[in-house]
Write a protein that binds this ligand. Structure first.
Ligand code: PLP
Length: 394
């Protein structure tokens, strides 16, 4: 049985070219980029070049605006805590109800510590109530955090327009965008926006786990999360993880080259999967229908069926997908994103996210469309909601 990997929003396969590019920095080129002898020169140059590539990938004006981190969560924590620390007199912050836990749980913690948080709602499509967000801004608002693409549903938020509107209301308010699920899937051009801080994570676009980056617009003051040496221009201490930084830069280059493929081929495979499921399985409903979404993601609810059981049966057929985000699966808590959208309980517990990548093939999609109806049929037989399911399937 071959593996069908449809969980690319959780993590991605390391691209072979990425691994190849990393290997020299585990072998001969092991110098510390801060050292002055010749051995360190290669490592230093590699970090410099990688910074330029990531700056280009994100459309930053200047490579100095990029700092390397260990992951998307660190990028978010650095941005949010870093901004708050240099603006201690202001206590109002804004975010959405559908952020990844690395923002959501940090905001909950800040709320407990005395910050006043405005939580912005989404509608049933997953679209953000931008009017409420703008109305919430006061002279005391220090930070607004909005993700660019949702990890569970793929819904895209117009962060460029939001950042402009925020600055019109209060030019001193900083805007952090969690771009982890957008990087490599849709175009990003930060120099054309008013976004101050933007986080990404390598393992979501075919680099290894354990490396990320944070864009900090020139002139934006943050204090470092990790204090120590002078690496990353004093914004993030710790010897640079040279092989992983090189890996992420290589992955970014490949992602940029493949962006058109993502927007066309990957999208058409996603649409084929979505249509194949919705037309063959009567209790399937599309979550976030009608919202603008990244091309690789679909989230489908199977009414009156337990999502974890669907995942186990898919696994038996060699298909990897997920319910909720990787961080919340296992908790049996229904997704906070789908709850915020008002998805009814009938499909809340049976919602599955399928996320594709440039390595997904048409055969993967055909195989999934072929296997899923029998799984749902089998699980429908053991569901406690027989009357409701009989009504749907009649
Ligand atoms: N933000 C979003 C939208 C994500 O999907 C994730 C990971 O799933 C993260 C942040 C956290 O990234 P990392 O796992 O690199 O910490």
């Amino acid at each position: 049985m071959s593996l069908v990997y449809l969980d690319n929003n959780a993590t991605t396969m390391v691209a072979p070219e990425v691994l190849e590019a990393m290997l020299p920095y585990f072998k001969g080129e092991y110098g510390n980029p801060s050292s002055i002898y010749d051995l360190a020169h290669g490592a230093n140059l590699a970090v410099k070049k990688s910074r330029e590539i990531i700056a280009d990938f994100l459309g930053a004006k200047d490579p100095k605006e990029i700092i390397f981190t260990s992951c998307g969560s660190e990028s978010a924590n650095t941005a949010i805590k870093g901004v708050l620390d240099v603006n201690r007199n202001k206590k109002h912050i804004i975010t959405t109800r559908v952020e990844h836990p690395c923002v959501l749980n940090l905001y909950k913690d800040l709320e407990k510590r005395g910050y006043q948080v405005s939580w912005i709602d989404v509608d049933s499509k997953g679209d953000l109530d931008i009017g409420s967000l703008l109305e919430a801004i006061t002279p005391d608002t220090v930070l607004v955090s909005v993700m660019m693409a949702n990890n569970e549903t793929g819904t895209i938020y117009p962060v460029d327009k939001i950042s402009e509107a925020v600055k019109m209301q209060n030019p001193d308010t900083k805007v952090f965008v969690d771009g982890v699920q957008a990087a490599g899937k849709i175009p990003i051009n930060l120099k054309e926006t008013k976004i101050d801080l933007f986080g990404i994570s390598g393992h979501k676009f075919h680099a290894p786990k354990g490396v990320g980056a944070l864009y900090v617009k020139s002139g934006t003051m943050i204090s470092p999360l990790i204090v120590g040496g002078h690496q990353e221009r004093g914004k993030r201490a710790g010897t640079e993880n040279v092989p992983y930084i090189v890996g992420m830069a290589t992955a970014a280059k490949l992602a940029a080259e493949n962006l058109k493929d993502e927007l066309t081929r990957v999208k058409s495979l996603r649409d084929k999967l979505e249509n194949g499921i919705l037309s063959n399985i009567k209790n399937a409903v599309l979550n976030s229908r009608g919202s603008v979404r990244v091309p690789n993601t679909t989230n489908i609810g199977f009414q009156y069926i337990e999502g974890e059981l669907i995942l186990l049966h898919l696994n038996d057929e060699g298909i990897c997908a997920s319910s909720g985000s990787a961080c919340t699966s296992g908790s049996l808590e229904p997704s906070h994103v789908l709850r915020a959208q008002g998805v009814p309980f009938t499909s809340l517990h049976g919602s599955i996210r399928f996320s594709l990548s440039r390595y997904t093939t048409e055969e993967d999609i055909d195989y999934t469309i072929e296997k899923l109806p029998a799984i749902i049929k089998k699980l429908a037989k053991i569901s406690p909601f027989q009357k409701e399911l009989n009504e749907i399937f009649k």
